[in-house]
Design a protein around this ligand. Structure first.
Ligand SMILES: [Zn+2]
Length: 358
């Protein structure tokens, strides 16, 4: 097995500068106040509750076996965050005044429910831009062929998505081996044989993975994602390149007494496929085919507006979002806004695309 080394570079990103400034854990250096009188402390599995045991100091009215609570009004610091079932966000709380930590509890137990706090980075990884030899099998019928001059099919097929290294090219065929990245180097593994070059796409990239972004039916690369506390006690995801733009919008709204939150942000290929496959089931809406949703490239945000004109959130967005780069792009959806600074506010005040109604 021959190994061949090359210097590698990650995929470039149009918004790299912004990513460098983002904070994927905004909750860390803040103080939060418990406002739910039933703020239960959970074990690390986020499912079972902590209970008072023999020897514990019991608060008034509590007995051994009762669920431990963080008293309402307690000021805490949060040192970690996790996402539980149903995308519910949980945090690890310690008394702001110092002392023994309380433990895990739901983010919704705090004043403001931690809405718009970022709770972790999901970094794009494992994918390498084209360096001259590293390519991905992107045809479902990529037959393995014998060598020249016949290039006869062996009947074997290279699995879709396989990362390969091209070791020789002849006519329209490429000789390929299994490819792998190890510590920043391309490793050339076992040889597969020859296949048509048209079965391969430049670079190593999982187009259907959790960080894969799509626009209008085309895979556009891997994006770093940030988990953010959304509306309805759910964790949503925002692409790192859009995060600052959304947070600027939310901060401007907050200054005017409006709490913006995300109902649906970035969606993975699998999440969009699920919505598409279930769109005719009760409780589901019409959904775009996977790869074609505006929620797969990071610029689209479903926000918490409650209606069109007359709804305070919608009215605020209509008035203020365009100057911050956001514009409505879908008819009948008062909640769907996209970060498109070249369209929004051009001409000044433009808050929706032509033809979008109402
Ligand atoms: Zn939407």
């Amino acid at each position: 097995m021959a190994a061949e080394s090359r210097k590698l570079f990650p995929f470039s990103n149009d918004f790299q500068e912004l990513e460098d400034n983002m904070n994927p854990n905004s909750y860390l250096d803040k103080t939060f106040t418990v406002n739910d009188p039933d703020a239960r402390i959970r074990q690390a599995d986020l499912v079972q509750f902590e209970k008072y045991a023999d020897g514990d100091q019991l608060p008034p009215g509590k007995k051994v076996g009762d669920v431990k609570l963080i008293p309402v009004g307690t000021e805490v610091r949060l040192t970690a965050a996790l996402i539980g079932s149903g995308k519910r966000p949980f945090v690890f709380a310690e008394p702001a005044a110092g002392g023994a930590p309380f433990g895990w509890t739901a983010a919704s137990n705090f004043r403001g429910r931690l809405v718009n706090e970022t709770i972790g980075l999901v970094a794009a990884s494992g994918d390498l831009a084209f360096q001259g030899t590293n390519r991905t099998v992107t045809d479902a019928h990529a037959f393995v062929r014998s060598g020249p001059p016949d290039f006869a099919s062996t009947g074997e097929v290279l699995a879709l998505g396989t990362f390969v290294v091209v070791t020789e090219v002849k006519n329209q065929f490429s000789k390929v081996s299994r490819g792998e990245a190890q510590e920043g180097e391309i490793i050339t593994g076992d040889e597969f044989g020859w296949t048509r070059s048209s079965n391969l796409t430049d670079g190593w990239s999982n187009r259907f993975g959790p960080n894969a972004a799509w626009d209008d039916g085309k895979f556009i690369g891997q994006k770093d994602l940030v988990n953010i506390v959304g509306n309805q006690d759910q964790t949503e995801q925002v692409t790192a390149d859009s995060l600052d733009h959304y947070l600027a919008l939310a901060a401007a709204a907050k200054a005017d007494g409006i709490v913006l939150s995300i109902e649906s942000g970035f969606r993975t290929y699998d999440q969009q496929k699920f919505l598409f496959d279930h769109q005719h089931d009760p409780g589901f809406n019409t959904a775009a085919a996977p790869g074609t949703s505006n929620h797969q490239h990071g610029q689209a945000f479903d926000l918490n507006s409650g209606g069109f004109s007359g709804d305070p959130i919608y009215d605020w967005l209509k008035e203020n979002a365009p100057a911050l780069g956001f514009i409505r792009t879908v008819s009948k959806e008062h909640w769907h806004w996209e970060f498109r600074p070249n369209e929004a506010n051009h001409p000044p005040g433009r808050f929706k695309r032509n033809g979008v109604n109402p």
